[in-house]
Design a binder for this molecule. Sequence first.
Ligand code: GSH
Length: 183
Amino acid sequence: MLKLYGGARSRASIVQWYLEELGLEYEFVMLDFQAGENRQEPFLAINPMGKVPAIVDGDFVLWESGAILGYLATKYCDVTNIQESALLDQWIDFANSTLSSAMAMKEASGTSVPRMLDGLEAVLSKNEFLLGEDFSAADVAVGSMLYYGPLLFGLSLSEHEAVRTYSEKLQSRAAFQTVFASR
Ligand SMILES: N[C@@H](CCC(=O)N[C@@H](CS)C(=O)NCC(=O)O)C(=O)O
């Protein structure tokens, strides 16, 4: 069975949300950060960076939440089309690099994040989900940032109606509730 390594209130929730969406069986291995379990063996053999999330799927080991989302989508949603796969990567990179770092930096109160929300607003005014009509790993990646943004960085979605509605819709999904409501 696939093992997901995480900690209390960690980005492992992003991967766990997608595992729940896919209806996969998995074991959640909770590391005790206070005790430094993530910085010691045996976990360092799984992720030498000492960070979660990480997964072990059979004899395959992978870390970085974005890479894990891409792997799960490819493996369990039969993403065989190279362009669909590239679009997934595009949104996952946008969420985990561009949007995430802009939110975490002081510029969050400047123009960069509002401009990104404008871009999202344009996409979500036309499509229900980021890749069109169907929910995908792209929505997990971006939806997670839209959840963490207001919670951790004071991000406001009040001037972006389509983004706010999209975010609320994602957060009402059963799989999201299963993971985040208990945290
Ligand atoms: N870009 C990485 C970030 C991973 C990360 O920073 N994880 C944090 C928890 S949210 C962690 O493991 N921190 C423990 C530490 O650095 O000691 C990802 O998305 O997987």
